[in-house]
Write a protein that binds this ligand. Sequence first.
Ligand code: PFF
Length: 519
Amino acid sequence: MVREKWASRLGVIMAVAGSAIGLGNFLRFPGQVAQNGGGAFMIPYFIALFLLGLPLMWIEWTIGRFGGGFGHSTAPGMFHSLWEKNRFIKYFGVIGVFGPIVIYLYYVYIESWLLGYSLFALTGKYNGCGSSEAMVAFLHGYQGLEKNQFFSGLSTAYLFFLATFFLNGVVLYFGVRKGIERVCKYGVPILLVLAVVLVVRVFLLGAPDPSHPENNVIDGLGYLWNPDWSALLNAKVWLAAAGQIFFTLSCGIGVILTYASYLAKDDDVALSGLTAASANEFAEVVLGGSLVIPAAYAFFGAASVAAIAKGGVFNLGFVTMPMVLKQLAFGELFGFLWFLLLFIAGITSSISLAQPAIAFLEDEFDLSRRQAVLAFMAATFILTQPAILFLGQGVMDELDFWGGSVFLVVFATVETILFGWVFGMERAWTELHAGSDITIPRPYRFVIKYVTPLFLLTILGCWLIQDWLPILVLEGVTAANRPYILFTRLILIVMFLGLTLMVRLAWNRRQTREAHNAR
Ligand code: PFF
């Protein structure tokens, strides 16, 4: 089968930037900042960017292009190409197909809320909500967590889910070049323009309440940008910052490996990786940091920002932001632009989460793209149901915990060690610079070989020591929710074992074929 290739350099950068720029930039990032004490978060954040995010970006672009040269688009085959003598390493690669699916299972559903909310904004459906409490009730009604005057069940949310799920399928059906690349090439610039328009509007808010001049946009920015060095001693903040860097850059999960596998051997990876990462950081700290936080700060004051964020992960984006925007002139329009921005950011990311699984079926089982997309859609359609139906029982949080944090760190650790130690730093550095338009500063050789893996192992170690037991025994989970969480874990285990078995089958098939050809 002929492997697809990106149509242009700009195209692949836009696709990776599209994957990276997502709900993580505009919803998760401000939420993390607010929950972790504003400026206290930003120092570990930037350190994690330079010592984890950027190195991983380069590692993944390089391994991806390298593995693509052997006809592999996903981690099992790539890891095998990097360490041919080891029979087990391909099974570590399973995480690179499994992890993105796990995130996909809840990400698409949240994305569909944004489609719904953009229409609600435009039609003024939530305009009657006079208070944050009413807006929360609106959200909970929509999510099916309660029946109220706004919604009597899940049907509206379900319709928007079906539409969003289908739309993702259509883009994927068109493939890498005609589907993903094209959507991102238009989607990313559009979402950046929308974000700039909204940032300008937020900056014009000034100090909306004359009796509280201290509640203003500039101080809201200060909340984010005034560093607080004392937080460096708090391990939790470090974990949160590292987790955010991975999530926002789409790193440590296998997605970038897959995208980079569609590059040609002599395509640059060093500058392209850096460009995609920079675009994401611009969208995150400059644009994402200048929307919900300053807006919430100006309207509700310093004390409320953290309280709102702690009250619920979606409150800043789905409650506070629409509350602020609907009070403005042309409020419907601004609300619409906000949710549309998020929806576009979401879809350019969710398609990237689907692609590794699809590529895995294409490469390792010789399915046509259409068959692979249909198989992926059928499987994920069933697997998304628990997150939709049992949102209130914590299924989504459980998926996010494993897919969006734990596996990311484990996978990143494996990749980094494979790259710097097994493949070997000398070869790794040469491979990274093959066809490259820039030379990466030499200290990064040291960082990639020693600092990044040590950093990752420390995170993993701290996490294991502190958390493995409470997590295993479901500490803090109510008795009523336990069956749901256990069921979610069971599904995850079955999925993981299923994929492991598929890798085994694929390799057996290949061996048989090779033996056959050799005869
Ligand atoms: N980077 C995306 C965001 O910030 O929303 C989320 C994401 C996409 C995470 C793809 C991981 C991934 F592989």
